[in-house]
Design a protein around this ligand. Structure first.
Ligand SMILES: [Zn+2]
Length: 147
C-alpha cells in the first residue's frame, strides 16, 4: 500500500488498511482517540451526558483537582483562559465569524510584555475555521533599520 501522511504529525507511513489515518506511534494514537472523543461528544448526546455525569462523580472524589492543575500548569491555564475569552467573544458577536474579522485571529496572551505599545510578547494563534490546534507564537519587534 502507498505511503500516506499521518493526520496528527504529517509523517508518511504505510497504512495497514484504507481506513488507517494515524501512525501507530503512541502520540499519534493518543491524538486519534482524542479526536474520536471530540467527535463523539459533539455528535452523541447520550455519550455526552454519560461523560458529564462520570466527570462530575470523578471531580467529587478529587476535589481541588483543577485548582491544583492550574497552579502546576500556568501555561495551560493561560491558554485555556485565552481560548475561553475567544469563545465568549464569538458567542457575543457571531457576526465576527466572517473572514473580515481579523482582530479575532490572534488572541493576545501576555499583555504585560507589550505594555509599552510594542507587539513583542507571547500570543496564542487561534484558527477561526480550520479544525487545527492552537499554537503559541512569540513576536519580537526588531528595532532599527532593515536595510
Ligand atoms: Zn502521527
Amino acid at each position: 500500500m502507498e505511503e500516506v501522511p499521518c493526520i496528527h504529525c504529517g509523517i508518511f507511513f504505510i497504512p495497514r488498511n484504507r481506513k488507517q489515518n494515524y501512525r501507530c506511534f503512541p502520540e499519534c494514537q493518543k491524538a486519534r482517540r482524542a479526536a474520536w472523543q471530540r467527535n463523539k461528544l459533539q455528535t452523541d448526546r447520550e455519550y455526552r451526558e454519560n461523560q458529564r455525569i462520570s466527570n462530575k462523580k470523578w471531580l467529587q472524589n478529587n476535589p481541588g483537582y483543577w485548582k491544583e492543575y492550574r497552579r502546576n500548569n500556568p501555561d495551560k491555564a493561560d491558554r485555556n483562559r485565552t481560548l475561553q475569552k475567544v469563545r465568549n467573544n464569538r458567542r457575543l458577536s457571531p457576526a465576527t465569524h466572517s473572514t473580515t474579522s481579523k482582530p479575532n485571529l490572534i488572541a493576545k496572551m501576555d499583555a504585560r510584555k507589550s505594555s509599552d505599545g510594542k507587539l513583542s510578547g507571547q500570543y496564542w494563534l487561534v484558527p477561526l475555521f480550520a479544525k487545527m490546534d492552537v499554537i503559541k507564537i512569540y513576536l519580537h519587534v526588531i528595532t532599527g533599520s532593515y536595510k
